[in-house]
Design a protein around this ligand. Structure first.
Ligand code: ASP
Length: 345
């Protein structure tokens, strides 16, 4: 299993607070060297925004949204502005959020004209009796909630038009290869389109309401995969796949090959294993190994149990994380903000 153990590329110290456990990711794929710094900076800013929000009295959900807002604003990542284009050359955004004490969850998919789908997902959770809205209905709801609509073109980074043209020139390859090791060299040499990463957060906030003393939260946001079919939805907004939080199990946020993460119900699988007594780090690794063994798929996952234990692992060549000093021990990281390389690369 050594391929799951990464080593450090670069790092920066991040602050830590006793009442908050927090881990942020900025996608798992073959991140080229020239993008490491932008990824590390992006996840660091998101982490700091989340801690700042918490110190100013923000709730666990506020913390998750504060981090996702920063990452959706940053065109380094495949979320909000900067997202990949679908087969029709349009942006379609997906996001999901969840809270582990009452298992409340909200998700949206196929959002074309709002920058912050995670905020809309939160509104679905807090202002409706539903858990998941898609397409035009989700957009109408967002407008009624006061989110500012944008012309869909505003979400398209000009760089993505070139990426889209190269994806067509490369023969419209299936996105599954972008996460796997054999794609590494061709991606680096530019034969295939550049990729960017989905973003996510897991958080635990000390709570007297929860038996364990912590309440768990998770959020994930994405533009999906390059050249995806119009209407395609991956793991990210699906509760129990790319996002999940249960105080009796774990909070989970996934990135990687979405069809595979969906088919193994990654988030629910990890949470159920933790609930049955498996340590959270082992549950994450076992799920990544199952994805690899059963479906030949690659991904990265962050998770957090209700005792405040954090776990992060990935089978892609690189993954970007931010977390407080000490808690990235499974990654052998002394401190927090890194673009990490898998040890056997
Ligand atoms: N999992 C995302 C999706 O399939 C993509 C990613 O994580 O980069 O939509």
């Amino acid at each position: 299993m050594s391929f799951l153990l990464p080593c450090q590329a670069d790092s920066k110290t991040l602050s830590f607070t006793d009442d908050l456990r927090l881990l942020v990711h900025g996608g798992a794929w073959d991140i080229p060297a020239q993008l490491h710094e932008a990824h590390a900076r992006g996840v660091q800013s998101a982490y700091e925004a989340a801690v700042h929000c918490f110190r100013n009295g923000g709730s666990g959900l506020d913390v998750v949204i504060a981090a996702l807002d920063v990452l959706e604003d940053d065109p380094t990542f495949d979320a909000g502005r900067g997202s990949f284009l679908n087969e029709c050359g349009e942006v379609e955004l997906d996001a999901g959020v969840m809270e582990g004490q009452t298992l409340r969850a909200g998700a949206v998919a196929g959002i074309r004209n709002f920058l912050h789908p995670a905020q809309i997902a939160r509104d679905v959770m807090e202002k409706t009796n539903h858990a998941f809205l898609v397409g035009a209905g989700a957009e109408d709801f967002a407008q009624r909630c006061g989110h500012t609509p944008l012309p869909p073109e505003d979400l398209v980074d000009p760089r993505e038009r070139e990426v889209f043209a190269r994806w067509i020139a490369a023969g419209k390859p299936d996105a599954k290869i972008f996460f796997s090791s054999p794609a590494a060299e061709s991606l680096r040499s530019g034969k295939h389109p550049d990729k960017r990463g989905t973003v996510g957060v897991v958080a635990a906030v000390r709570s007297s309401q929860s038996a364990s003393g912590w309440t768990l939260f998770a959020g994930t946001s994405t533009g999906g995969t390059p050249g995806k079919m119009k209407g395609r939805v991956g793991d990210v907004p699906v509760i129990g796949a790319g996002v999940y939080a249960d105080d009796e199990g774990a909070a989970v946020s996934c990135t990687g090959w979405g069809e595979g993460l969906l088919r193994i119900s990654a988030g629910q699988r990890i949470s159920a294993a933790v609930r049955a007594g498996v340590p959270v780090g082992e549950a994450v690794q076992q799920t990544l190994l199952d994805l690899r063994r059963r479906l030949d798929g690659f991904a990265g996952i962050i998770a957090l149990d209700a005792r405040g234990n954090l776990a992060a692992s990935f089978t892609t060549p690189f993954m970007a994380f931010a977390g407080p000093s000490g808690v990235l021990a499974p990654l052998q990281q002394p401190v927090g903000c890194v673009t990490v390389r898998r040890q056997d690369y």
